[in-house]
Design a protein around this ligand. Structure first.
Ligand SMILES: [Zn+2]
Length: 326
């Protein structure tokens, strides 16, 4: 079945056409979101790209073509209303209806949180294949997650399910402030942005000369350098990674206690490049997560990389999940 997946980020708009049952797109268009980022202009740009991708097929299909859009945003219903998309500067936007009005009734549109689309891509075609109950956790600049229960994506009543990054691992006046406006979220401790701040601060305080030497300077230091330093046995790097791993394991372990998953998929730009941190996370999970949740669990790496969101959004729309106006 012909379907289109769209990934709308803060910088780039990507769209992929799928014409068979595989996760391999027939054609992909990628373009910058550009300076015109008001919702009307962005919806027009998406509509143009979708029409270009489907031009050769539109005359022959007898049912509306499914278009799934994953957007880096906090949604607030199942009809594509965006409460907040910080990267686009949007608040309270009827994004789904606006896009539907541009594309018309030849298309059936579903709007999804980007991490949920990515998680569904992994569930249907990647590391979560074959598992009816799956948790996918992504550690990059922030921390996101998507969950699948009984073979269905759990979007939640207002499409906000899976916000593992904003689950609390601390509370009170001393809890770390988070970008979401709250405190004590695991993302405020172990998200990539927080880790970078911590690395710069600790290295400026002279806590690890080895890491500074590996990086060629404090300002050049990244989590990859810390990972190398930890692999080499640097005490500061090992201690920092143990602290980060424990924070992640507490949040993930709590989710596993709640969900009793068959599969845990781990991915994201940070965890994918820090193998020693990943080892520490896996070891900490064994200690922190309940035995009953760990025994039936298989832990795997995310498989689909950058295409997961395109594949997932297209497949969710094809399955009729949260279609605008339906
Ligand atoms: Zn938060």
């Amino acid at each position: 079945m012909i379907r289109v997946g769209v990934d709308l980020g803060g910088s780039n708009l990507r769209a992929a056409l799928f014409t068979d049952d595989s996760a391999t797109p027939t054609r992909v268009i990628r373009q910058p979101v550009g300076s015109q980022r008001d919702p009307d202009a962005v919806c027009s740009a998406i509509a143009t790209v979708v029409e270009e991708l489907t031009a050769a097929h539109i005359a022959t299909v007898t049912v509306p073509i499914s278009v799934g859009v994953g957007v880096a945003a906090m949604l607030c219903d199942r009809r594509g209303t965006i409460a907040n998309a910080p990267n686009l500067g949007w608040r309270d936007i009827a994004f789904g209806p606006l896009l539907a009005s541009k594309l018309g009734d030849r298309f059936a549109i579903g709007i999804y949180n980007d991490v949920n689309a990515i998680a569904w891509g992994e569930a249907a075609f990647g590391g979560g294949r074959g598992a009816a109950d799956m948790l996918a956790v992504y550690v990059g600049t922030g921390i996101g997650a998507g969950l699948v229960t009984n073979g269905q994506l759990v979007e939640g009543t207002s499409s906000c399910a899976g916000e593992l990054g904003h689950c609390k691992i601390a509370w009170g006046a001393d809890a770390a402030p988070c970008a979401c406006g709250s405190r004590g979220c695991v993302e405020a401790y172990a998200g990539g942005a927080s880790i970078m701040q911590r690395i710069k601060r600790d290295l400026s305080d002279g806590l690890s000369l080895a890491t500074v030497v590996l990086a060629g300077g404090i300002d050049a230091a990244t989590p990859s350098h810390v990972d190398q330093a930890a692999t080499d046995g640097d005490p500061w790097a090992l201690e920092l990674w143990q602290e980060m791993a424990t924070a992640l394991a507490v949040a993930i372990g709590n989710a596993l206690a709640l969900l009793n998953c068959e599969r845990l998929v781990l991915g994201g730009g940070l965890l994918g490049r820090t193998p020693t941190l990943l080892e520490h996370v896996l070891a900490a999970l064994e200690v922190v997560a309940p035995r009953a949740a760990m025994t039936p669990l298989t832990i795997v790496a995310a498989e689909l990389g950058d295409d997961a969101g395109l594949v997932g959004a297209a497949d969710l729309a094809r399955r009729g999940v949260s279609i605008v106006g339906a």
